[in-house]
Design a protein around this ligand. Structure first.
Ligand code: ADP
Ligand code: ZN
Ligand code: ZN
Length: 700
């Protein structure tokens, strides 16, 4: 009797290009039985790629003999990715309109794609057993409001929105919540997410100090590929009890996940801006529900979405709002003063009240922080004779003047050249900077305060932190360390300096020129500005014994409601007025949006593609049962050029899709890919480079 080999027919998710039109998974044959979630290497075209077994033990597909290839290898030694993880990938792929293979495979650490099973076995040997919780160090005694918040997290199901003032001790609540779940279950895992891990080495240090070195792994793009793989393996095999990471960490397999914390949940960095444009915050909510983990979102200025979701349950709220209004140690929030720039001489950069306030801080040996959301020396170079401006040849934007290295740099495509000696338009030697950035502010400040002395008789020390000064690895850390240790009197910077840092000696924070966000075409701009200013204000007066801390806001619109609310540190009032406007205009969170974007060499091609897609979609849906009703509830707007229309010689157009019904929006989106695939080969759309769908876009 001859034994037939136990052939196993499987379907495998592989990373197919988004536009290839290939289905979600491909069929293969395995000589040995496999199960879903295992990782295999499979032939794909002429390549050999990594894949995730999605379904196994299938009947032999009805295809020509030889049409189905054998897998090349199995990454054994790795536990299969569990059903929860696979379900998370399937949900995210469907929700964000990407292929399952792309979603699942891009969630795996890059190095895993290149390893064979022998190399993997070597990596796996380095893995430790799950860390025990015996090593947890005690934290400080909780304040009454911290204790109350924690108790709610312990007893209610959540999700929770921890609405806590800057300095109210949210981090301590996170750590205690982590401690609770780790102690309750010797294998439980917790996920702690932060918007930008490079800005929070303090948090990592604190977590490691509290829970022990081995219990924690970090997961973010700053790690080497080898480190990232080790972290991922530790999460997947449960050796890591705590994963501390940026948005990518929400996709890590954590089989015993019991708690997800999303710190600074309002931060736009939680939204991925390329490939699958997922929101890590929103996936955290889904994931928590799906695997039974509690979800704790935290912020001093919650996103209006989360704020709205945490309205009282009687009004339809789905999150439980936990409020911590007081700062630890009764440290006072800074007094907010608005400086009316209409009453300052024209072209004033730093108003007299601000200069006086800065001088006083320097003389008293206190620190100040100046916020200007524009790096470089000046946003434009300008010739007054012929009107020439430093436009980028490849983008619909100006190249920014950087004085330090005398370059003109485009912040969109990166094109860089030396500053011309004379105007390229007319030869005039007198081309001048227009507007100002952080580099110029730093220079200007040094001139203004040249005669001012510190208490020790030394001149003022000014430092600047922005994307330009922190290019080199470790630069940000060392610059922040200087601020913390008091080697800096005035810190100038972009939004980078406003987020999360626990500076102890700052008593003055100033927003130099915040007005443009009040009148932006992006409806989220005021929300962003308010959050930024509240965060910035939160950097001042963190020590109770520093009385007299201030925030100065230079504005031409001092009575604007946003600044009124800021003056009172009144996020709820700001949120209420914004939500009223959003309700009136039918904007998120009262409605749901998706953007369809097309890129082409030519703007007309891009727009035509979108408009044809819209017409086709409408025609298709009309033919389908229930389709007309869906169309009633969804608005498809005509294609328009994006506000930044051209980047690196590519013309961009977008089409907004909006609906009060998430279900109908998704029903429509589910037909979109088929429409786009059909249109793509149509010669009418020659010159189309790519399209992309952004669900719940963060910028319109
Ligand atoms: P938030 O994240 O809400 O801005 P933090 O967690 O940074 O606030 O806390 C502010 C400061 O208060 C930190 O220096 C922290 O160590 C300290 N702190 C937090 N909770 C307590 C507590 N219960 N007792 C003493 N100090 C605390
Ligand atoms: Zn000129
Ligand atoms: Zn450019």
């Amino acid at each position: 009797m001859t034994e037939t080999p136990p052939i196993c027919w499987i379907e495998v998710a592989v990373h197919t290009p988004a536009h290839s039109g290939v289905g979600h998974w491909l069929s293969y044959r395995s000589p040995t039985p496999l199960e879903p979630g295992q990782l295999v290497r499979v032939p794909l075209g002429r390549r050999e790629v990594l894949g995730v077994v999605w379904r196994a033990g299938l009947p032999e597909p009805d295809l020509a003999p030889g049409a189905i290839k054998d897998i090349v290898g199995l990454l054994d030694g790795l536990a299969p990715l569990d059903a929860h993880w696979r379900q998370l990938m399937a949900f995210a792929a469907q929700y964000y309109q990407r292929s399952l293979g792309e979603m699942a495979l891009s969630a795996l650490p890059p190095q895993l794609h290149d390893l064979d099973s022998v190399q993997l076995a070597r990596r796996l040997k380095k893995q430790a057993a799950p860390a025990t919780v015996a090593q947890i160090q005690p934290g400080p005694d909780l304040s009454p409001q911290q204790a109350q918040a924690l108790q709610q997290v312990e007893t209610a199901p959540g999700p929770f929105l921890l609405f806590g003032n800057t300095g109210s001790g949210k981090t301590e609540v996170y750590l205690r919540a982590v401690q609770q779940v780790l102690e309750a279950d010797p294998q439980a895992q917790a996920l702690l997410m932060v918007p930008e891990i490079n800005l929070t080495p303090q948090l990592e240090a604190r977590v490691r100090e509290r829970f022990g070195q081995t219990a924690v792994v970090a997961m973010h793009s700053g790690l080497t590929p080898a480190q990232r793989l080790q972290s991922w393996l530790a999460a997947h095999h449960g050796a890591a009890r705590i994963v501390l990471g940026t948005r990518m960490a929400v996709l890590a397999p954590m089989p015993r996940l019991k708690l997800i914390v999303v710190d600074e949940e309002h931060d736009p960095s939680y939204k991925q801006q390329e490939g699958a444009r997922y929101s890590a915050r929103d996936l955290a909510i889904y994931r928590g529900q799906q695997c039974g983990a509690k979800v704790l979102l935290g912020s001093a200025t919650p996103s209006l979405e989360s704020w709205h979701h945490s309205r009282p349950a009687e009004e339809g709220g789905r999150y439980l709002r936990l409020h911590m209004p007081e700062r630890i140690g009764a440290a006072a929030l800074p007094v907010v003063r608005r400086v009316d720039m209409n009453h300052q001489p024209r072209r004033t950069v730093l108003s007299a009240p601000l200069v006086q306030a800065l001088q006083a801080r320097v003389q008293r040996g206190e620190q100040s922080m100046l916020l200007l959301n524009r790096r470089g020396y000046a946003p434009v170079l300008y010739c007054a004779d012929c009107g020439w401006k430093s436009e980028c040849r490849h983008c619909s934007a100006f190249r920014v003047f950087h004085k330090g290295d005398r370059t003109l740099r485009c912040h969109h495509c990166g094109a860089t050249e030396r500053v011309p000696r004379a105007c390229p338009g007319c030869g005039n030697a007198d081309i001048a900077p227009l507007g100002r950035g952080t580099e110029q502010l730093e220079e200007h400040l040094a001139e203004l305060l040249a005669g001012i002395r510190r208490p020790d008789g030394q001149p003022v020390r000014i430092a600047r932190i922005d994307a330009d000064t922190t290019r080199l690895k470790g630069a940000l850390e060392s610059q922040l360390a200087q601020v913390h240790s008091g080697e800096v009197d005035i810190l100038v910077g972009t939004q980078m300096i406003a987020k999360g840092h626990d500076f102890r000696r700052i008593t003055l924070v100033a927003a130099v020129n915040p007005d443009s966000a009040l009148f932006s075409s992006d409806f989220r701009a005021p929300e962003r500005l308010f959050a930024l200013l509240m965060q910035a204000a939160g950097r001042a007066g963190r020590d109770a014994d520093q009385g007299g801390s201030e925030m100065l806001v230079q504005t031409f619109h001092p009575t604007h409601p946003l600044f009124e609310a800021l003056k009172r540190h009144d996020y709820p009032a700001f949120a209420a007025s914004e939500l009223a406007e959003r309700t009136a205009a039918g904007l998120p969170p009262m409605s749901h949006q998706a953007l369809l974007r097309a890129d082409a060499r030519d703007q007309t091609v891009a727009q035509q593609f979108l408009n044809t897609a819209r017409a086709t979609l409408e025609a298709w849906l009309c033919e389908e049962p229930g389709g007309a009703a869906v169309l009633e509830n969804v608005s498809l707007y005509p294609a328009v050029p994006m506000s930044l229309q051209k980047v690196a010689d590519v013309e961009r157009a977008q089409m907004l899709i909006e609906s009060a019904s998430r279900k109908d929006l998704h029903r429509l989106l589910s037909r979109l890919q088929d429409v786009l695939q059909t249109l793509r080969t149509n010669p009418a759309h020659k010159g189309l480079i790519r399209w992309l769908v952004d669900v719940d876009p963060q910028a319109i």
